[in-house]
Write a protein that binds this ligand. Structure first.
Ligand SMILES: [Mg+2]
Length: 289
């Protein structure tokens, strides 16, 4: 099996192509030179994490986009929804409230026990967002995955708390002029459509929207979820790139199929990820062909 080569690359979300510290360098070279690298102590041991610095003049916005590169030219980009196309802060409190109710109604926990478990989950999220999955948590609590999906769909009303985000809509549309785009979410398609509509996406903003109904038990973080997407869109997994807020959910399962991805901390970094992938999509050479 082809050994993946994780190349550290970073592109500043707002400065790429505008400010070049050295006119003799490309934006990408300059960005890479100013990047701080550190190796992850935990698996996957071979990956390197790139971290940028805070963007001057943009309070609360950091450039922490992380690129997990397999050298391929993108033929498809698969977006995550929650915490990626809208801020995770809009999601966490609402989903924790629904989880608390779900523990009581689906697994018979007392209210006190449910609150206690939710406090543990919140602490896990704060400690390690990358490795905390609400779906996995509920299954570990003994809740049937399908019942949790239905309960979550019935009670989780993320859309009502969202406001339009013309920038993120524009970034996705810009990317789609170069590369097909899909949305992959563990939400039902109906819930995803409500959320996309509130953000301001037109109905046909994605070449495919793959939701819970399409995934069965093969939901993220199963690689089967990404296999369903690449099968639907008819592209090689190796040329498929994920964009999401969670490495373990949005990139690792795709990397297991040979793909690659970019991790962002939220919608403010989508522009940087899009610029990186457009640059890559027009590269003459597919770097591993
Ligand atoms: Mg997410």
């Amino acid at each position: 099996m082809l050994e993946l080569l994780w190349l550290p690359l970073v592109v500043g979300p707002e400065s790429h192509g505008r400010q070049r510290p050295d006119r003799g360098m490309s934006g990408r070279q300059a960005g890479a030179m100013s990047t701080r690298y550190r190796a992850f102590a935990n698996p996957p041991a071979s990956r390197l994490i790139c971290e940028g610095s805070a963007l001057p003049g943009r309070a609360g916005t950091t450039n922490r986009m992380r690129v997990f590169d397999n050298g391929s030219r993108p033929h498809l980009v698969v977006f995550d929804l929650d915490g990626t196309l809208y801020p995770r802060e809009r999601y966490v409190d609402l989903v924790l409230d629904v989880i608390s109710r779900g523990l009581v109604e689906l697994s018979g926990a007392t209210s006190d026990a449910a609150r206690s478990r939710v406090a543990v989950l919140r602490a896990m999220m704060e400690e390690n967002w990358d490795d905390t999955s609400t779906t996995t948590f509920m299954i570990a609590e003994g809740v049937n995955a399908a019942k949790w999906r239905d309960f979550r769909t019935q009670h989780l009303d993320i859309a009502s708390g969202l406001t339009p985000d013309d920038r993120v809509v524009g970034h996705v549309a810009h990317l789609r002029r170069h590369v097909p785009v899909a949305l992959l979410t563990n939400n039902t398609r109906a819930l995803a459509d409500q959320i996309l509509q509130k953000i301001g996406f037109p109905d046909d903003a994605f070449d495919g929207v793959i939701g819970a109904e399409d995934l069965g038990l093969g939901f993220k973080p199963s690689p089967a979820a990404f296999q369903a997407v690449v099968d639907r869109l008819g592209v090689p997994a190796r040329n498929t790139w994920g964009i999401g807020d969670r490495y373990d959910i949005d990139v690792a399962p795709l990397a297991a199929l040979g793909g690659a991805g970019v991790i962002v901390s939220g919608p403010t970094e989508i522009g940087g990820a899009v610029r990186f992938l457009i640059d890559r999509s027009v590269d003459v050479l597919d770097r591993q062909s």
